[in-house]
Write a protein that binds this ligand. Structure first.
Ligand code: NAP
Length: 526
């Protein structure tokens, strides 16, 4: 069987009703790669959504253990693809082999982690209130609530994580773990990688006896297929990672539908870093090295890239900027994810550099070749920053802006001006945290994750991770797209009142046959 099939995968069947095709231009080889990917028609989209809706009726009744074996089988099948997956992802994304191998490890671990969550079962957050028939003045009913899946989830795969935030990435893994079918809108940058991983999911579904239609993968453009999926009456939720423009467009479409649906869009973030005085005094050079690495990691193509470094004017801040500049000079330009993203980077960076008061501090000593992003660092005074809204916008690539605040008041105003972010970082000595307390409190209102002494890049996949933040970082700050809590995006609470005991789901039965954690009359118990 062909593992990289350019047709759309609809349930277990491949389909190519239209002659219109997409091809992938490798940013690194600068040539069109093997594979013609057929654009999904309206009919094919309808079929995928219809089959997903029918599969949901079966899939939602599967046990956590069955979903776990499906998720583990996807992980196995991805590993079984071997080197062809790695080489295709490298050619399509321009990311180095080591990074892609690491990302495959993360993807597989993520699937296995969600398998454990599904199997363990306590994620359903079961709460039981026992009846009190003799309560005065009125009897209390028996009420039992748990989380249940919501139905077909449309996943938009991300350009900057061809594996971990794509076809079988965190969105898909969490949607499956909760019991929802998934329809993937493949990213045009890595259609071949998508086809390989879609094949792996298909194989895993077949081997573990999952209902036909539980997974489909469709090729197409954003304005065509993307919009159609968002508007489709059978879509129950959307997961997205990408630009503010596309995320907000999807959010608006979803809100205007006859039946509005949730859109979990993770969009831009500049991840501010507060550089405190004593930390700069004691270890300015070390911090500069750390940040040169973080700003340029993955050619700056991370949503947690630290794009804004803020401090008060001082010889120590100047020393830090010098050290950072020296580091940046020595970092070579690298290939970006695609031609468009590289062009956006250079255009947006140049736009910023031409704004009043912005000074280029340094850039990579090597000139960039085709599709390469050139690392750069610039500075601006706090007062000039306050006058220019464009300086608050994400520059997706290896770029950072240092804001030199003239006074503590200006520093405070700069922080006031920041929009919602995924992260903020405090580079400080513990002894000076009190001095910065009010600024840190303000930052906490604007972010999903706040770090003490570190870099925001490198997002751990674990139970406590929060990868989300107030708008415009995401469209719903109450949820995370990384870590096990991501499952909550694709579930809703359902309460059973005075339900016949024998007909209750296992999660809510008196004898707790699944042995999950739940509350009974407000007390945690197994
Ligand atoms: P994108 O333009 O936001 O596209 C992401 C996905 O959404 C693609 O599948 C795209 O389809 C689709 N799409 C675009 N516009 C749409 C619309 N109006 N309605 C429905 N679907 C739509 O992101 P990208 O292609 O990955 O990169 C473009 C820029 O986004 C980058 O230069 C960067 O600034 C930003 N970005 C940010 C992050 C982050 O984590 N902060 C990550 C990735 C990208 P098409 O491919 O057909 O357009």
């Amino acid at each position: 069987m062909k593992k990289m099939d350019g047709r759309n995968l609809i349930g277990y069947q491949y389909s190519a009703m239209a002659d219109d095709i997409l091809e992938v231009l490798s940013p690194v080889l600068k040539e069109t790669l093997e594979g013609q990917f057929h654009i999904a028609t309206v009919e094919e989209t309808d079929k995928a959504m219809q089959m997903a809706t029918e599969a949901f009726e079966i899939f939602k009744k599967t046990t956590g253990a069955q979903r776990a074996s499906f998720l583990n089988a996807i992980a196995d099948e991805i590993m079984n693809l071997g080197d062809i997956l790695i080489s295709r992802a490298v050619e399509e994304s321009g990311l180095p082999e080591g990074r892609i191998i690491g990302e495959r490890g993360r993807t597989v671990n993520q699937l296995r982690l969600f398998a454990k969550v599904a199997e363990e079962g306590s994620w359903v957050d079961a709460a039981i209130d026992l009846a009190q028939p003799n309560r005065e003045p009125i009897p209390k009913p028996d009420i039992r609530r748990m989380l249940v899946p919501i139905g077909p989830v449309v996943v938009f795969t991300a350009s900057n994580f061809p594996l971990a935030f794509s076809t079988a990435g965190g969105d898909t893994a969490s949607a499956f773990a909760a019991g929802n079918p998934v329809i993937v809108k493949a990213h045009e940058s890595h259609l071949g990688t998508n086809a390989y991983v879609a094949f792996a999911i298909q194989q895993a579904a077949l081997k573990t006896g999952m209902p036909n239609g539980i997974f489909s993968s469709l090729n197409g453009t954003g304005p065509g297929l993307g919009q159609r999926l968002a508007k489709h009456p059978l879509t129950k939720a959307i997961a997205f990672t990408g630009s503010f423009g596309a995320g907000k467009a999807l959010f608006d479409v979803a809100a205007q539908r006859e039946e509005p649906i949730p859109v979990f869009a993770e969009m831009g973030s500049i991840n501010p870093v507060l550089l405190c005085e004593d930390a700069l005094k004691n270890r300015g050079t070390t911090i500069a090295k750390q940040y040169a690495g973080s700003v340029t990691l993955g050619v700056g193509q991370f949503c947690t890239n630290p794009g804004l470094l803020i401090g008060t004017e001082s010889p120590e801040l100047d020393h830090f900027i010098n050290e950072l500049s020296n580091q940046i000079k020595d970092i070579a330009p690298s290939v970006m994810l695609n031609e468009g993203i590289c062009m956006n980077y250079e255009r947006n960076k140049n736009h910023i550099l031409n704004l009043a008061g912005v000074q280029l501090e340094s850039q990579s000593g090597n000139s960039p070749k085709e599709n390469e992003g050139r690392p750069a660092v610039a500075s601006v005074s706090g007062t000039a920053f306050l006058q220019e809204p464009a300086l608050c916008e994400e520059i997706f690539g290896p770029f950072a802006l240092v804001v030199k605040c003239e006074t503590e008041v200006v520093l405070s105003e700069v922080i006031d001006k920041l929009k919602g972010q995924l992260t903020a970082t405090i580079m400080a000595e513990e002894s000076e945290m009190e001095k910065y307390e009010s600024l840190i409190n303000k930052l906490q209102t604007r972010v999903g994750r706040i770090l003490f002494n570190g870099v925001p890049t490198g997002v751990e996949v674990c139970h406590s991770m929060q990868h989300g933040g107030p708008f415009p970082a995401t469209t719903d700050a109450r949820f995370t797209s990384v870590g096990t809590a991501a499952i909550n995006r694709f579930a809703r609470p359902l309460a059973f009142q005075n339900w016949p005991k024998g007909l209750l789901p296992d999660e809510l039965k008196d004898e707790n046959p699944l042995g999950i954690w739940r509350t009974i009359d407000g007390v945690f118990t197994k």
